[in-house]
Structures are given as structure tokens and as C-alpha cells.
Design a protein around this ligand. Structure first.
Ligand SMILES: Nc1nc2c(ncn2[C@@H]2O[C@H](COP(=O)(O)OP(=O)(O)OP(=O)(O)O)[C@@H](O)[C@H]2O)c(=O)[nH]1
Ligand SMILES: [Mg+2]
Length: 298
């Protein structure tokens, strides 16, 4: 959790000092309410959370004991209630557990896989990686570096192979070897002619047909720097593929960390982990209460 606090540095700098400033007088004029609204928007907290907070704040405004109202607590409560409406993640039944990691290029898929592997292994899971980004030069080597670092087997074929065939190979081999968790790395970009969704869809279809006992889910990786713009980008994946969880990376390098609230709210998919740096240990499980507390504490 300390990592999230540190990772959120830029977002907090944008949010917390100005918030304290606005609330410092204990009184709220029309002007300060507008200032508050602008601030919440600029921190990418989303329309819904912002509207709710403004509504609650207005209710308290002009109350007889206005000076003693804890406005920061109102902000916290409303942010938490928005996040809590997001459905909970349930680990699906089936074995092995197969996590297909998807997302546009450069968002942090491969590094997230490395960090996840490290975490899963520390939890005692047996992990196998599958190099299904067969398109980009060096993608396979990049995954292999993470495999070495985490002492994890990796299934690969040569560049240009069919990603669905590599995925099948990996899951088949995991079953034979008693491995419980397979994490699949995928491409973020293909030749302009080929369709990424089509190719990713084929991975899911092939596994479903050929490995019916496996639980196969998609985890979508989003770069926090894109803020709320991630929502539209994510919808393309969510509409086409079985996405059950989100990972938000690069929280450490953006002031748009607040976007984690509208992203989950709009997509109705929970954020499972957040990336807070480039190292092996820089991935933290996401907890909405802890996140909001970290966001609003000094
Ligand atoms: N600061 C920071 N950098 C990150 C984080 N996650 C990933 N990165 C960096 O982002 C860059 C891209 O990461 P990759 O894991 O290669 O991204 P990818 O989605 O696999 O990229 P493609 O394979 O090209 O689609 C690398 O330099 C990573 O070190 C994070 O949480 N924080
Ligand atoms: Mg990659």
C-alpha cells in the first residue's frame, strides 16, 4: 500500500493541496464550489463522482454548523461509493487458470506479466508463460527475460507463428506438467491489414474449444497516463473479448490516477492491480478503500 501512496504522488499533488485550500475556510461560496468542481474534473475523477460530491457539498452548504462540516470526508465517502458499485472480481472455476493479457501497444502488458509472475510465484502458484506476441521483433526475447528473472518456464515458437497455436501449446503443456496458472502475452499492434481483435478472439476461441476444462479470461492493461481517454480505447476490447479484469499501469508517472474511478465505473470491470514503477515488485493489488484513502491523505 505504501507503494500506491508513493505511486500516486503526482495525482495527489494535483488534488490534495488545492482541496485543502478550498476547504480551509470551512465556508463554501458559489465560487469555491465551482473551483471544487473544476478541480475534481481536472483530477480526472469523472462526471458521476464529481456531480455526486458537488451535490453533497451543496446540501451541507449553508447548514447551521457549516464550519464543522468535514468536506474532505464527504469527498472520500462519495468516491468510495462510486467505486463500490463496480462488480467484484471472482476467480473463475476451471484448471488451469489462463490469463490472456491484452491491450494496445506500449501500455505495459509484458512488464505487468513479469510482475504478476513474481507475485503469483510468491503466493505458491506454478506459473507458465506463453509468448503470443509473435508479431513484434524482440517481443519474445522481452518475455524470456522476465521468465529468466522469475525462473519461470515459457512456451514460444518462432516469430510470425499463429498466436492461437502458441497459446494452445502452452495450455496443453501446462496441463501435462501440473502447472496451475498460464499467463499469455499478446501483441498490441499488428500489420495495418490484420485485425488485432480478430487475432485475439481466435486465441480465446481455440482455447475454449480445445481446452474446455481451463478457465480462460482476458485482463486488459491500460496506461494511467491516458486518463479517462482509456475508456473509449478499452471499449473496443471489452466489446470483442471476455475481459474480466483491468490492470492500470504507470500510476507513478501521471497526475491522472483519479481516472481509475470513472474507468471502472464506466466499464463495470474491476481494476485488479496497479503498476507503480518498472521493477519486479512494482505491482500492487487494487483495493478501493485503500486507494481513496491514499488519494486523499497527506
Ligand atoms: N513508470 C512505469 N513504467 C511502466 C509501468 N509498467 C510498464 N512500464 C514501462 O512501459 C514500457 C512499456 O512496457 P511493456 O511492458 O513493454 O509494454 P507492452 O504493452 O508489452 O508493449 P508492446 O509489447 O509493444 O505492446 C516499458 O518501458 C515499461 O518499463 C509502470 O507501472 N510504471
Ligand atoms: Mg509486450
Amino acid at each position: 500500500m505504501n507503494r500506491i501512496v508513493r505511486g500516486l504522488g503526482k495525482t495527489k499533488a494535483r488534488l490534495i493541496a488545492p482541496l485543502r485550500n478550498i476547504f480551509s475556510s470551512g465556508k463554501l461560496s458559489q465560487d469555491t464550489i465551482e473551483e471544487l468542481e473544476d478541480l475534481l474534473f481536472s483530477a480526472d475523477l469523472g462526471v458521476e463522482a464529481t456531480d455526486r460530491i458537488i451535490e453533497k457539498v451543496r446540501e451541507k452548504q449553508g447548514a447551521p454548523h457549516e464550519a464543522s462540516v468535514d468536506f474532505l470526508a464527504i469527498v472520500k465517502e462519495e468516491l468510495i461509493s462510486v467505486i463500490e458499485e463496480v462488480p467484484q472480481y471472482l476467480v473463475p472455476d476451471g484448471s488451469p487458470r489462463v490469463i490472456v493479457v491484452i491491450g494496445v501497444n506500449g501500455v505495459g502488458k509484458t512488464s505487468t506479466i513479469g510482475k504478476l509472475t513474481s507475485r503469483f510465484k510468491a503466493e505458491g502458484k506454478k506459473v507458465l508463460l506463453a509468448a503470443c506476441d509473435t508479431f513484434r521483433a524482440a517481443a519474445i526475447e522481452q518475455l524470456e527475460l522476465w521468465a529468466q528473472k522469475t525462473k519461470t518456464p515459457v512456451v514460444r515458437q518462432k516469430m510470425g507463428s499463429d498466436p492461437a497455436a502458441v497459446a494452445f501449446d502452452a495450455v496443453y503443456s501446462a496441463t501435462a506438467r501440473g502447472i496451475d496458472t498460464v499467463i499469455i502475452d499478446t501483441a498490441g499492434r499488428l500489420h495495418t491489414k490484420s485485425n488485432l481483435m480478430e487475432e485475439l478472439g481466435k486465441i480465446f476461441r481455440v482455447l475454449k474449444v480445445k481446452m474446455p476444462d481451463a478457465s480462460v479470461e482476458g485482463w486488459l492493461v491500460l496506461d494511467a497516463n491516458a486518463g479517462q481517454n482509456s475508456i473509449r480505447q478499452a471499449e473496443v476490447f471489452v466489446d470483442a473479448l471476455p475481459v474480466t479484469g483491468l490492470v492500470l499501469t504507470k500510476l507513478d508517472s501521471t497526475a491522472k490516477g483519479g481516472a481509475i474511478i470513472p474507468i471502472q465505473k464506466n466499464l463495470r470491470i474491476p481494476v485488479l492491480y496497479v503498476g507503480v514503477g518498472e521493477g519486479e515488485d512494482d505491482l500492487e493489488p487494487f483495493d478501493s478503500h485503500a486507494f481513496v484513502s491514499a488519494l486523499l491523505s497527506d
